[in-house]
Ligand binder design. Structure first.
Ligand SMILES: [Zn+2]
Length: 122
């Protein structure tokens, strides 16, 4: 099963570190082993990943790009409307169109991080 590998290929090192911390245990054991093998191939280990998580958890960015508040990834799913029958939209497109923040604050739009699975705003 190399599906998980091609998925993880899209992740930067810090994203892998958060993925490992928050998502690993949501996978079946067999897949967890594939993930662990993949992480070794990327030259990461628990110590390096822990350092990345600590570094990114408190990182501030000077731009106004939309990022996951927890892991700072920009790999986000956008949900519009209620959780029943939501549509998943391209977040970048959303920001470009600047429909963003007013609707975010009123709860009409929410996001799920594809890396650490955080839903926000919560
Ligand atoms: Zn995240």
């Amino acid at each position: 099963m190399d599906h998980i590998e091609s998925y993880l290929d899209q992740f930067a090192d810090f994203e892998l570190a958060f993925f490992y911390k928050y998502r690993l245990e949501t996978y079946m054991e067999e897949t967890q082993n594939l993930i662990k093998t993949y992480i070794k191939k990327r030259n990461l280990d628990e110590t390096k990943m822990k350092a990345l998580v600590e570094e990114y958890a408190n990182m501030k960015f000077p731009d106004n790009e939309l990022r996951c508040p927890r892991c700072k990834s920009q790999k986000l799913d956008v949900h519009k409307g209620s959780s029943f029958g939501f549509t998943t939209l391209d977040p970048i497109k959303y920001i470009e169109e600047l429909i963003g923040y007013k609707d975010i604050n009123s709860g009409k739009i929410s996001f799920t991080c594809k890396v650490c699975d955080l839903d926000f705003p919560t």
